[in-house]
Ligand binder design. Sequence first.
Ligand code: ADP
Ligand code: MG
Length: 350
Amino acid sequence: MTVTLSSPYTLTALGEFGLISRIASRVAPHESVITGIGDDAAVTALTPGMRLLTSTDMLLENVHFRRAWHHPHTLGRKSLAVSISDIAAMGGIPRWALLSVAIPSDLPLDFIDDFMRGFLELASEYNVTLIGGDTCSSRSGVTISVTIMGEQSPDLIVCRSGARPDDDIWVTGTLGDAALGLTLVEGFNSSQPPDRCRSLSGVEGVDFLLSRLLNPTPRVSVALALAEAGVATAMIDVSDGIRADFGHIAELSGVGGTLLIADLPLSDMFRSLTADLPVIPYYHAISGGEDYEICFTADYSDREKIADCAKKCGIAATRIGIVTKFSGVKVLNRDGTPFTARTEGFNHFT
Ligand code: ADP
Ligand code: MG
């Protein structure tokens, strides 16, 4: 059978270099990229005076995503979004990405095309150019690795290590949506996801929660605005839950913190979908990952400036606690008692 490169039906027929050409042909050129996909290394022009920010992340099938219920288009978007979020969390400007994939040779070409459509769509929304990667075959499952590069001038970069006692602890957007979305889908029997999806997507608010989980928005503009305003003393993106992620700030800053459970920002959809429960399932908001909001600390005198940054970027910023001298992260109920997930009955949610 003869298969031409221009009309391949399968990945095997296309081959590694056919696939790379197929990807390269869809990448829009950018003035900062002198040599992109195709050479031994990419050549890019850094803006003079800027520092290079680099971060890499892996997404493994059945660990980070399930092919059965993560549409390749949103998977492509999310693969890059989580990396862009890391650059945002430094106050950086995302610029270039490398994409490495290990794929089973029987993976439908449509999957790769849809994945790349999502990846490159998000790249163009954030002015990021794909400049290279690696492609190999996998004997079990899809593995995706994205390396992102960004830049920022040295005085505007915000690290995890700068929080000071008495700083306010802030978070953008809302917390717990992705985790609640996951609770809704994790009942998926992977052999029957479409039915489950159909039954869920009729319920108001579920599509919103699922999109927070499957198609997150990296908070680049607000993080950049906070960095440029010089107000954030420390910053991190919320990928593992606010308690854990603020914990990283606390540890690297040599401080602790108190988070107030009743102050955590919850979306209207989160509230309405959990309205019938005996208690609000705050566990999702405090420990649920993958919201990709930005948690930052700032002096109390900068509250107004922060409100301006948030307003300008069209996103909420909420004070959720206070940095303390003493190490450890405490989570308190409104009455000052320690919050424990066991008391709130989140596991009754079905
Ligand atoms: P090498 O043998 O030097 O590792 P490759 O044959 O792996 O080079 O890659 C050829 C070119 O294609 C390089 O520029 C590489 O960065 C790019 N590339 C490979 N795989 C991908 C991919 N999945 N996405 C984008 N670029 C890729
Ligand atoms: Mg290679």
